[in-house]
Write a protein that binds this ligand. Sequence first.
Ligand code: GSH
Length: 232
Amino acid sequence: MAESASIPVLHSYWRSSAAYRVRIALALKGQPYRSVTWQMAQGEHLQPAYRRLAPFGLAPFGLVPMLDIDGLRLQQSLAIIEYLEERNPEPALLPPGRAARARARALAQLIACEVHPLNNLRALKRLRTQFGADDEQVGEWYRHWCHEAFSAFEAALGDDDGSPYALGDAPGIVECFLMPQVYNARRYGADLAPYGRIDAIARACAALPAFQAASPEHQPDAPQPAPAANPA
Ligand SMILES: N[C@@H](CCC(=O)N[C@@H](CS)C(=O)NCC(=O)O)C(=O)O
């Protein structure tokens, strides 16, 4: 059956790592889309204008992203990416073979389920409002969970097999989840030196146009750099 011809709309925020995952997947698939952005820093994702768009009441927290595609409004980055994979199987984001796919999903979920919820905006805000945590303490919290997850992730990647990517010779679902977490980790000053494979994967991905197009600084709502001063 022919898919709807209308261009998908991604509800996004430039710094949202869950939206960043979906942007990478869309770019790797070569799927054009339009962005509608909600300024999370100003709480726009919590306002009725955004919340009423969510179809299944899945947005008690007004979560970003949401993908409007084929007449559906999809939430949860993993579900969205799996939908894109089933809709347009090539280029594949999941590796061939049940066992390899289970491994890829496990690595993606290590990021999505085990660390990201602990580092999310509302969790970090709660540390401040309920426990009076300051910037330094919030940073410590972030880096603690990031190191726990990255240690497990690095171990789960196993020995270097010569490929610059996590599984196989092309980036896929694992990189969709890993790259935004690395971006956040750098933002919070986590030391990535102990994670050689993660660092190598992130460097390989950063060189690819799909990852560059999806990166936070290339989003329409990202702060624009100040224009260079006119040389006298
Ligand atoms: N499990 C969700 C997580 C979505 C999520 O947490 N999004 C963040 C931005 S990265 C958000 O909307 N946070 C709002 C908040 O914490 O108030 C997914 O994978 O899509």
